[in-house]
Ligand binder design. Structure first.
Ligand code: SAH
Length: 393
């Protein structure tokens, strides 16, 4: 068994059961990609069993903090079973849900989403890459399903020195699927969509948006960064008269339009704009257009805290423009999915955007990721998605 020894004083986060071991914390030792290593303090005490990753800044990720634990097939089967079991205790009103959420489920670098009877997985660390076949078998066994598609084609793999990889891992079948979420249906393509095909983490915020539409009676809705139109369909379900949806991805917009039709809404209730959001918001201001509900759900502007400054300016800018377009009494649903922007900082950014726009509002609700994308006590980085509902005065 190979061992890595930490520098003096670098054991603290592992003692708190945080699973990451950074390159800079290691005094000596190494192993092959994904190989299990024993992690020791500078004084030689056992701290964790971890998967080594020779090319990543996160040089190892812990599997277990129990010295007597064997890192073997049974351990992975138990971790998979436990994560899936936990989902049955969460309130999930959809047949699409996240079964494994990486570090939060004790499987660093593994993401698994279920869409009906199809599983879609991303193997994003050397550790889960090495155990891929074992994990795939455990996933099929625990769910009783036969189809597992791999979408390990994200840039995160590069940080681990891994090549992209995508396609059926187990079974085969169509990659175009229809998801049932709350009261609506949404089509997606697991082979070509973003991430595993869909943004399941916004499920409950979409429901909140539908409920606001129902209660407040939206006339004109603007859904920015709409992707496949989840918030647009939610608004229409809530009775919104008309929704304008903006995205810079043409395939996403086509799917959004199809999703509006799939749910039986007349085409004249929805407009779709293939454009940059920032430019569109400026254009609408020039035209004197206003909306009584706006969604801002941009992509990750700050992957890490190092990007926070630039990202903060970008968030502030779109929020300022959105406030200017919001009718008095209108509602803004604004989000950040950047790990590098804390909930507190996001709140400050939105507040200063309001001040710059000359608009005041009630922060009526704080929103987060759906419960199947959990945060845990040991891994605060699990909190990436935060949102605010602001009602303009
Ligand atoms: N709200 C969506 C998820 C949004 S993901 C949902 O509920 O499913 C972010 C989206 O922003 C992606 O679809 C991406 O294509 C789009 N995007 C990224 N940069 C953009 C830009 N500058 N202007 C418009 N859309 C952009």
């Amino acid at each position: 068994m190979k061992t890595i020894r930490l520098r003096e004083g670098k054991e603290r986060s592992l003692l708190r059961r945080h699973p990451w071991i950074f390159e800079s914390a290691i005094a000596k030792g190494g192993a092959d990609a994904g190989e299990t290593v024993r992690v020791e303090s500078h004084a030689g005490e056992f701290l964790a069993w971890a998967a080594f990753s020779p090319e990543s800044k996160i040089r190892a990720r812990a599997w277990s903090f129990d010295e007597s634990q064997r890192i073997d097939n049974e351990l992975f089967a138990a971790k998979v079973a436990q994560s899936i079991q936990a989902r049955s205790r969460f309130d999930i009103q959809s047949d699409g849900l996240r079964l494994i959420h990486g570090e939060s489920d004790g499987l660093p670098g593994l993401v698994v989403d279920r869409y009906g009877d199809t599983l879609v997985a991303q193997f994003l660390s050397s550790g889960v890459e090495r155990w891929k076949a074992v994990l795939a078998d455990a996933l099929l066994h625990s769910t009783g399903l036969t189809r597992l598609y791999e979408r390990s084609d994200t840039s995160a793999r590069k940080l681990e020195g891994l090549l992209p990889s995508a396609g059926w891992l187990r079974g085969s079948g169509p990659t175009e699927l229809t998801l049932r979420e709350h009261e609506w249906q949404l089509g997606l393509d697991i082979a070509t969509g973003h991430k595993t095909g869909f943004y399941l983490d916004q499920r409950d915020s979409r429901k909140q948006f539908a409920e606001h539409a129902r209660r407040l009676g939206f006339e004109r809705v603007l859904n920015c960064f709409c992707y496949t139109g989840g918030f647009s369909v939610a608004a229409l379900h809530g009775g919104a008269r008309h929704v304008t949806s903006i995205d810079s991805s043409a395939p996403a917009l086509e799917r959004a339009q199809a999703n509006v039709a799939l749910n039986g809404f007349a085409a004249e209730r929805a407009d779709f704009l293939d454009a940059d959001v920032n430019a569109s918001l400026r254009h609408f201001i020039e035209q004197g257009r206003t909306f009584d509900a706006i969604v801002l759900d941009p992509p990750k502007f700050a992957p890490t805290a190092a990007h926070a400054d630039r990202a903060a300016r970008a968030y502030k800018d779109i929020n300022r423009l959105a406030f200017k377009l919001l009718e008095p009494g209108g509602v803004l649903f604004t989000f950040s999915c950047s790990g590098g922007i804390s909930a507190d900082l996001f709140h400050k950014i939105v507040a200063s955007a309001g001040i710059d726009a000359g608009v005041d509002g009630y922060i009526s609700q704080r929103l987060g990721g759906a419960p199947d994308h959990p945060m845990t006590i040991n891994f605060p980085e699990g909190e990436y998605l935060k949102g605010l509902v602001v009602m303009r005065k």
